[in-house]
Ligand binder design. Structure first.
Ligand code: HEM
Length: 464
């Protein structure tokens, strides 16, 4: 069939055609048939639906967090590619190449700063995005699998950060990775073998650097590309985002829809530009430090894991390693994966904190954890550890099994209490328990980052 003539479809040249296939002509053809043909030809609309529910455009639904994570991944790919031109993945070459990058390559330090700050922001954004998805009930059917792919993405983002941490091969990198991979030893049966595989031997050395470099520059980028595409596809398949609503409001059967172009696209561009501006300001004003060259014979005191692993590292100071670095993280990972598949009794998608009661209960759980966790840390540091010195109670029981059973049954007891005493729905009860654990985890992390000094003793941060 001969295409109908329409002046707005006319293109003037190669670059104009490319430009128009990304950013469509504002004078989109009027008739339905022309419009459909036009939209089909457009690149953006191959990735985005032609229309979106108007209410999902509200910034306070998503806070732009998933989109910001995607932009940061692009920044990582771009700057990572540039860094690859200078970086040499050998123990001697790595440190030297970072020195060259910092001091001799034009904009070298800036590119490294962008890569570093956006990597750290990425962990933060993905974490906050996961919390927003959870607290708006966006993991319920049909979005269960989007949640699972999201968890896979979170794992990849952590792997990217962790493998990148070693690459400058300075003291901080060397010892942080020594400590973190050292934790693997406590995984039963396969731990030592796993540690050997990851380190490429018994100690951190050239083989480790090679393995980390390969994972960082090949496996993780490929994984991120595939899973991000899969994530976005699942979001489209689930009819877009959850529609925000007030606690008592019903789910709309036929929400009002508006064209993606320009409504969604413009908002996404604004969020991306603001984020890039923030990353640039950080990167211009804060240089990423480079310590002394790695020295396997001299460990810094304290030797800390990267900040996103300081929660488990802090737990390790209180509990037997088997529980701190294996059983508890495993239980948490299984619980996170199981969240969308638990049995719920109400539809809460789109409602922040499930209901008004859910909000109150989450607040109370947060406050309980905020008070109880530091008390627990202090008691363990100054009293329980002290008492343990007086008897020969096996560490596996005293520091491991018994506290684990106490924590686990405390969580179950708390769940039963709020379900029966306060007649909470399953959604409210699961969320309350989630907040309790979340706040405890955050406090452990903060303690590990700021309140641990030489010898990993508790200290006041200003003294550090
Ligand atoms: C690199 C990591 C990730 C990227 C780039 C990403 C990107 C996105 C984007 C752009 C959206 C749509 C809008 C928004 O919420 O901002 C979204 C939605 C969603 N994401 Fe992610 N995400 C990531 C990680 C995660 C994680 C860790 C989870 C959960 C474990 C998750 C679960 C979901 C779900 C369930 C939706 C649908 C939300 C709804 O319907 O309202 N994502 N993601």
């Amino acid at each position: 069939m001969k295409p109908e003539h329409n002046p707005s479809l006319k293109t003037t040249g190669f670059f104009h055609q490319i430009f128009r296939s990304i950013f469509p002509d504002p004078l989109i053809p009027k008739s339905d048939q022309e419009r459909k043909r036009y939209l089909l030809k457009n690149l953006i609309l191959h990735f985005r639906p032609p229309t979106v529910p108007e209410k999902t455009l509200k910034f306070s639904l998503t806070w732009g967090l998933g989109g910001m994570a995607a932009v940061l991944i692009f920044l990582q790919f771009g700057t990572g590619l540039l860094l690859k031109f200078v970086y040499v993945p050998t123990p001697l070459g790595a440190y030297k190449s970072i020195l060259v990058l910092n001091n001799e390559v034009v904009f070298g330090q800036l590119i490294r700063n962008i890569h570093h700050w956006s990597a750290n922001l990425l962990v933060l954004m993905v974490f906050l995005h996961m919390l927003r998805v959870f607290f708006t009930g966006a993991f319920h059917p049909p979005r269960q699998f989007t949640w699972i792919i999201g968890l896979g993405l979170f794992g990849l983002v952590l792997t990217a950060n962790f493998t990148g941490y070693l690459l400058p091969y300075d003291q901080l990198a060397y010892w942080a990775v020594t400590v973190s991979t050292g934790m693997l030893e406590y995984v039963p049966a396969v731990g030592s073998r796993l540690q050997e595989i990851i380190r490429g031997g018994n100690e951190i050395g050239p083989a480790t650097l090679n393995i980390f470099f390969a994972i960082h520059t090949a496996i993780v980028p490929v994984g991120l590309t595939i899973l991000t595409a899969f994530h976005f596809w699942r979001i489209r398949k689930s009819n877009g985002l959850v529609i925000p609503r007030a606690p008592e409001e019903k789910i709309e059967e036929k929400p009002i829809r508006v064209p993606t172009l320009p409504n969604l696209l413009l908002r996404e561009i604004v969020v991306a530009l603001v984020l890039i501006a923030i990353v640039m300001v950080m990167s211009v004003s804060l240089d990423v430090p480079l310590g002394d060259s790695a020295n396997p014979g001299l460990s810094p005191n304290p030797t800390k894991a990267p900040w996103y692993f300081s929660g488990p590292q802090e737990l390790l100071l209180h509990l037997h390693p088997l529980f701190a670095v294996f059983i508890i993280p495993l239980v948490l990972a299984v619980v996170l994966m199981g969240i969308p598949y638990l049995k719920y009794d109400t539809h809460t998608e789109g409602i922040w904190f499930a209901s008004l009661k859910g909000r109150r209960m989450a607040l109370i759980a947060g406050l309980i954890s905020l008070i109880a966790t530091p008390i627990g840390i202090l008691l363990d540091e100054y009293l329980i550890n002290f008492l343990a010195g007086f008897n020969n109670f096996p560490a596996f029981l005293g520091n491991g099994l018994i506290p684990f059973i106490l924590i686990f049954s405390g969580c179950i007891g708390f769940y039963i209490l709020i379900k029966h005493r306060y007649s909470a729905t399953n959604n409210e009860a699961v969320q309350t328990l989630f907040v309790l654990i979340l706040v405890a985890f955050l406090i452990l992390m903060i303690t590990g980052i700021w309140f641990r000094g030489p010898g990993m003793k508790l200290t006041w941060p200003l003294k550090l």
